[in-house]
Ligand binder design. Structure first.
Ligand SMILES: C[S@@+](CC[C@H](N)C(=O)[O-])C[C@H]1O[C@@H](n2cnc3c(N)ncnc32)[C@H](O)[C@@H]1O
Length: 354
């Protein structure tokens, strides 16, 4: 089996100006083939279907080595019933079908055009996988229970439906991340006989988010300009929390549900670091200075204060990396923990119940 059989004739690459531009197979057959044969993710849709240029990748074929790592961690065996959330090109579904048998694989894709393409590609490659066009958050009860569920988009709130549709002792694998860490860290959950599921985090990955769980933020800068904020100073600025992919960022993110960040460039060449939480309209803007740092906060949640507390907790816990964390899902929601399911909690009560 070859990835070329699944990649559409138009793929997307980064242009020099920071936008994504299409690469058409007929215009650049060698460039297209090189991408398909590489161990890179190949972007196959931007901005949910833009044709000329785009800002955000919204579908891709993941890097083959990452897919192999995930399938390995999932522990797929012949005859197992498998649900994939995020069909994309269909290539990963084909890899699953090669191990467990086509008739045992169900895959759900939210985008109708992408689902159609994958259905045809899978059929042409000889796989009779069930491709469903729908919202993967609802799983697919029609073929449940599943021995294995694999999610190929990153998840912030684990829906209880996936646990409910798992066989007892079944495994659910996904990239999980808070809104500060949207690319995700691989998480393997095991479904328990009491109807809950739990498991631990492993390696950091970089996946696009499930469509309806994308981070949303309060528009940067607008709110500072409007006034109505508390001003204070901070003595320390925890730069590592703002570093992409850092252990501090992962840990702090588990304690700051729904909080996004960004930065804006100031006239003097320095940056203002911004936090926001869309649902409550809360935001914080922090401008590091030579001695102390200017902090502005607005809204019912004092996001900078929360971040300082979470960072102190992470330092006091011995600077734990993602592999010391785990997550439990119950019908009431999800809970992130440190070291053991009874350990100190991060995010509570989001997701579940759907
Ligand atoms: C990284 S791509 C999947 C890669 C794919 N497994 C492959 O082999 O090509 C993520 C996919 O998840 C889909 N997606 C996003 N949100 C979804 C949802 N709620 N339900 C189902 N699919 C979703 C996207 O449209 C996108 O096609």
């Amino acid at each position: 089996m070859n990835r070329r059989q699944f990649i559409p004739n138009t793929v997307w690459v980064w242009g020099d100006d920071g936008w994504m531009i299409p690469l058409h197979r007929e215009a650049d057959p060698e460039g297209w083939a090189r991408l398909c044969d590489s161990d890179e993710a190949v972007i196959t849709q931007v901005d949910e279907g833009a044709r000329d240029m785009g800002a955000q990748p919204t579908s891709s074929s993941s890097a083959p080595s990452v897919m192999r790592e995930m399938i390995g961690a999932l522990g797929v065996e012949p005859g197992m019933r498998i649900l994939e959330i995020g069909t994309g090109t269909g290539y990963n579904a084909a890899m699953l079908a090669e191990i467990s048998g086509s008739e045992n694989v169900t895959t759900v894709e939210v985008d109708a055009e992408i689902a159609d393409h994958a259905r045809c590609a899978l059929k042409d490659a000889g796989f009779s996988v069930t491709v469903i066009n729908g919202d993967g958050i609802a799983g697919y009860p029609g073929n449940a229970p599943y021995d294995r569920i694999i999610v190929t988009a990153s998840v912030r709130d684990v829906p209880y439906t996936w646990v409910a549709q798992s066989a007892v002792h079944g495994r659910i694998l996904m990239p999980w991340g808070s809104d500060l860490f949207p690319g995700g860290v691989l998480l393997t959950l095991t479904a328990r006989a009491d109807g809950t599921a739990d498991g631990r985090f492993a390696s950091t990955v970089a996946f696009m988010r499930l469509r309806e769980q994308r981070p949303r933020h309060v528009p940067w800068r607008d709110d500072v300009d409007k006034g109505d904020y508390l001003q204070s100073t901070a003595r320390a600025f925890p730069r590592e929390v703002f570093k992409a992919g850092s252990a501090a960022r992962f840990a702090v993110g588990t304690r700051l549900p729904g909080v996004t960040d960004g930065r804006t460039l100031n006239q003097d060449g320095g940056h203002t670091f911004r936090l926001s939480q869309f649902e409550t309209g809360s935001w914080a803007a922090v401008t590091p200075g030579p001695g102390e740092h200017l902090v502005c906060q607005h809204g019912p949640r004092r996001l900078w204060d929360e971040l300082e507390l979470a960072y102190d907790w992470w330092l006091g816990s011995g600077r734990p990396g993602p592999s010391r964390f785990g997550l439990t899902v119950t019908p009431e929601g999800q809970r992130v923990w440190l070291d053991s399911p009874d350990g100190p909690a991060g995010v509570r009560g989001r997701g579940g119940g759907r």
